[in-house]
Design a protein around this ligand. Sequence first.
Ligand code: ADP
Ligand code: MG
Length: 485
Amino acid sequence: MTGGLEGYDAVAEANAQKSVLAIHWSRICERLKAEVGEVEYRTWLRQITVGPVEEDEITLYLPTRFLRDWVRGQYGDRLGTLWNAEVPAIRRVELQVARPGSASATPPADGAAAPATVAREEAAPRAAAPAPVAEEPRQAEVRSDLAAPLDPRFTFDTFVVGKPNEFAYACARRVAERPSSPGFNPLFLYGGVGLGKTHLMHAIGAELLREGRVSVAYMSAEKFMYRFIAAIRSQSTMEFKEQLRSVDVLMIDDLQFLIGKDNTQEEFFHTFNALVDAGRQIVVSADKSPSDLSGLEDRLRTRLGCGMVADIHATTFELRISILEAKASASGVVVPAKVLEFLAHKITSNVRELEGALNRLIAHANLFGRPVTLEATQDVLHDILKAHDRRVTIEEIQRKVAEHWNIRLTDMSSARRARAVARPRQVAMYLAKQLTSRSLPEIGRKFGNRDHTTVMHAVTRVTELMEQDPAFAEDVELLRRMLES
Ligand code: ADP
Ligand code: MG
């Protein structure tokens, strides 16, 4: 790129390229943040700096090999896709470890990007950005960065309460109001991935810190272990222990991580006892109940189960809708109810994925200034939706269609010809043709032994009607997307 003769112009051009890339990069960062969440973003992605573009490849730098490998493994493809969407000429992303002082374009939208962490623990006066856990720990970190910062978005206000999580929510609130009450210490929260355990723990922390009376330390069990190992290496275990034992509320997330890590478990057990004996509050989360966490020492499991054990159940359709509504309305982007229903039907696994999908939709709407529609949703979330696809059966189609028009399932095979019944039946046949690989005679048989010409007629009729009547077409489309192919 540097021409030599026109040295000045080349420098000017390189600078111009840098600032253009910086704009693209800050947009990509916004999207990444929306997709992966603030904490993930801050932990891994914020440390990326943008290097030069050569031909169709852009180089991104990370400060260490560990980070580089992690980001490559977890986000490599996504970074490629996002860059390509921003700058179509860029087709590949090369991740490199930055040499000190190497030219790098931009700290990604840093000031704006990093809302100051709310967590400001007394025991940990500086809440630096969380160090990637598997980095070679330095002694300084052990002293200064005892706990991880809290995500400011995870508060009680932003937690949507429904049947599956109301008990856990109530327990968390109670602990935040009156830490160390008998019967609530420890508080053990458990449930599947992405159901709100971390959210509730951060909410407890935020609430306590707002009151400002107590010191709070929150960290993942993984981080606990790395801190512990680092302390051993730097011969500062005493300090580490003292720090931990000086907090009023200690929260350890994802305790299942300690399975098989016997020494760390041992250390945690002692810390746990010391704190509880001193009347401090412990909050722990895990993916299973204490009794099901086989692999944890018995005496630890016993103690964990001594306080309040609260599980978070899988979400229901109603809860998913409420969560989506809350998040959509907080975003300020209008998302039609049909789209929310569609998402709540399709993405049932966990709230994180649901949220990720919605965030992507919202980011897309903001970026392109287009309204959110079912079509756009299908488009933008193509890859996510595909991952949630499954084979559709004719029975499922019949059930969904019957539910949609509020007719009896048996009418799918009955001889009744009333329009209110016949039309949905035709739609179900049409969808069966579209979404399954069954032949016309096979489909006919499933609909009360009807002839294949009846199925053919249904397909033609529904196609015609969809052309004539946009509302009808939308109904059928919605059903199709719910059932998905
Ligand atoms: P877990 O720790 O159980 O794996 P998280 O607490 O990280 O799950 O939740 C995953 C994402 O889903 C977070 O962004 C969180 O804010 C969101 N979330 C989960 N449950 C709820 C809820 N009931 N209301 C609002 N957001 C929720
Ligand atoms: Mg979690």
